[in-house]
Ligand binder design. Structure first.
Ligand SMILES: Nc1ncnc2c1ncn2[C@@H]1O[C@H](COP(=O)(O)OP(=O)(O)O)[C@@H](O)[C@H]1O
Ligand SMILES: [Mg+2]
Length: 284
């Protein structure tokens, strides 16, 4: 049987008298996390990649995940949309556990969560418009007029109106990223996962992508999880930061708390220093 849990994950205990209970905070229902990960472990082959990840993302919040290459950030994101199954632990999206669900029951949850994969992964033989329309067609939408209108809206959001007829090969890297982003938002997800959305982009284009992430948060109240190596992006887009280290969340807090942290490992990471890392962990 499911043990009911409070928002912090503690089991809800039966008490003899409800009148002895302290009053619930007024905003308790509204504050339920959009994403809740508890004790997530993942072993691939003989490698323990995630060793008990605990993480919460509030609705409308932008969480940035940082950590070394090969540390399991992409693996963690893939768990959040059910692309990988955990070895242990639990994942809740909007209050519902996604583990053990059939593909059919997973589908509506997947619709709530869009993902911008590392690398973007556009179909080269399809136009921008066809790429962006793809998730709608996958979901069974056949109304051509409706598809057109939604594609136009998504392209407008990422400032690519009028580029729909182009092929991915003929546009810049930054534009391709924005096409991938338009594709990720076309089904109007409540939550968007970004896997290194600015990797390989110049600082100006990076800034434009960061603004877009912020705009989606403000305009649609989207909950976001952003994996990045770019420390400027961290401070530009994050409400909260999680530092993934050795398969666990080593730090979780605001950007101010990150800056103020006395942890030497965090200092080195923020400053991009390599001291101690080779001896500590080695390359994965
Ligand atoms: N499908 C897979 N099969 C085997 N190993 C994998 C797979 N996906 C990821 N890994 C391994 O898991 C570790 C974490 O990878 P990843 O999540 O991509 O790291 P990050 O995104 O933090 O750079 C790496 O050692 C990687 O080789
Ligand atoms: Mg990765």
């Amino acid at each position: 049987m499911e043990i009911p849990r409070t928002m912090t994950g503690a089991p809800v205990l039966e008490t003899p008298s409800a009148s002895q209970q302290p009053p619930l905070p007024a905003a308790s229902a509204a504050a339920a996390p959009m994403i809740a990960v508890r004790g997530l472990t993942k072993i691939i082959g003989n490698q323990e990649i995630l060793r008990g990840v605990d993480l919460e993302v509030a609705a409308g919040e932008t969480l940035v995940i940082i950590g070394r290459s090969g540390g399991g950030k992409s693996v963690l994101l893939k768990h959040l949309i059910g692309l990988l199954l955990p070895t242990g632990g639990d994942i809740r999206i909007d209050g519902q556990s996604i583990l053990g669900l059939s593909e059919r029951r997973l589908a509506p949850i997947r619709k709530k969560v869009g993902i911008l994969f590392q690398g973007g992964a556009l179909f080269d033989s399809m136009t921008v418009e066809q790429n962006v329309a793809f998730p709608l067609r996958e979901a069974g939408e056949r109304d051509v007029k409706k598809i057109r209108a939604q594609v136009a809206e998504a392209l407008e959001v990422v400032e690519l109106a009028g580029h729909g007829h182009k092929l991915p090969d003929s546009i810049s890297g930054g534009m391709r990223k924005r096409v991938a982003l338009a594709r990720a938002i076309i089904t109007r997800p409540r939550c968007i996962l970004y896997d290194e959305p600015t990797a390989g982009l110049d600082p100006v284009v990076t800034d434009s992508i960061d603004r877009l992430i912020r705009r989606l948060q403000k305009r649609f109240g989207v909950t976001s999880v952003v994996v990045t190596h770019d420390m400027k992006s961290v401070f530009d887009v994050a409400d909260k930061v999680a530092y993934l280290r050795q398969g666990r969340v080593h730090f979780h807090g605001t950007t101010d708390e990150l800056r103020a942290s006395a942890d030497p490992d965090i200092h080195d990471f923020i400053a991009g220093r390599s001291s101690g890392i080779v001896a500590d962990e080695g390359e994965n």
